[in-house]
Design a protein around this ligand. Sequence first.
Ligand code: FAD
Ligand code: FES
Length: 369
Amino acid sequence: MLGEILNATISITLIAAVLAIIISISERYLNNYGECKLTINDGAKEMVVEGGSSLLTTLAGQKLFIPSACGGKATCGLCKVQVFEGAGPILPTEEPYLTAKERENHYRLACQIKVKSNMRLGIPEELFNIKEFITTVERLDDLTYDIKGVRLALPEGETISFKAGQFMQFYSKPYDKVTEEVFRAYSISSPPSDNGHVEFCIRQVPDGLCTTWVHKHLKVGDQVRLSGPYGDFYYRGNCDTMIMVAGGSGLAPMRSLTYDNLNKNVDVKMIFYFGARTEEDLYYIDEMRAIEKEHDNFTFIPTLSHPKGEWKGHVGRITDLLESALEDGTAGAGKEAYLCGSPGFLKAVNELLKRKGFDKETQIFYDEF
Ligand SMILES: Cc1cc2nc3c(=O)[nH]c(=O)nc-3n(C[C@H](O)[C@H](O)[C@H](O)COP(=O)(O)OP(=O)(O)OC[C@H]3O[C@@H](n4cnc5c(N)ncnc54)[C@H](O)[C@@H]3O)c2cc1C
Ligand code: FES
């Protein structure tokens, strides 16, 4: 009986091994698309690449970095580029992210399309300037029980130029059962003036691939690969009052924006509403309060939805606070709103601001985490 079980187990293992070899060989030959030519912006850039990988990975291999937050899982929609030729029909995974206008203008998700033939592409020129950096971890701070402050030093003599509010792509390394690197977006929390370093506030997502690497494996002195800067979340400057609203790790870009405006003596009143659940979720509180004390044009308003102790600040949701702080209808005049947080949080704040008279195109700017 035992012998029969052993024989069956060995046979199944052998069949599985043979199948794996057949799949790997057929993948190698069937997916061999050979060399493909990518023509970008009517020939402004041309490159010959090996076919078979996603357009996002292929372009990154050529040091052309397209924004991406989800690591190619078709869940962020940030990797849009124009593909005029060579992509085939729109895939079901792309559909939720492409508006009718974008489809008309040939936009596609670079992470979903495979390079299989010559392609004609349209890529915004500013992406040509995105650089890759091999940085060194200089500091790791436990800002809360689930948010780490990460300070990275750029290589000696290198600097980074970015707009406060922008984000970088962070590449993790394989660990435990995670066999490949992943990349995710993180907003820079330090000001552009500190251009030999970048800082981030990274919240642990339970079982999250990149955040588990940062929280459980990253050490001072380790190297971290970054690319960037990316994004259009930065100060526009057509206002006398800036309403900043963030929850959780959304504080990161607000910190950079605050320091940048103060460093540059920008003549704008900044009111920062920061929402958290309990006192344990608050961080950079002393720093924000110190800035408030020193600068008349900065007001910091933290609010807790579920305070545990004797909290003397605001209690409740940010939307309730904004509801009473902004007068009805005309409250948007002379103001711009900068928002950061989860999709649900942003939806609620966006709706409230529109009701209060903010124009969604010219007065509300946000990054969805
Ligand atoms: C422009 C931009 C800027 C960002 N800046 C920051 C930042 O400054 N700090 C920061 O901490 N994060 C930031 N994020 C989020 C970040 O990019 C990652 O999505 C997040 O850290 C999760 O990555 P992960 O690899 O650990 O999780 P994944 O392995 O991608 O996800 C694991 C599981 O968790 C779920 N999940 C993913 N993200 C979240 C989430 N945020 N909350 C709850 N569940 C989630 C997924 O659905 C999945 O089931 C930003 C995102 C964007 C788009
Ligand atoms: S949808 Fe996120 S990288 Fe393509």
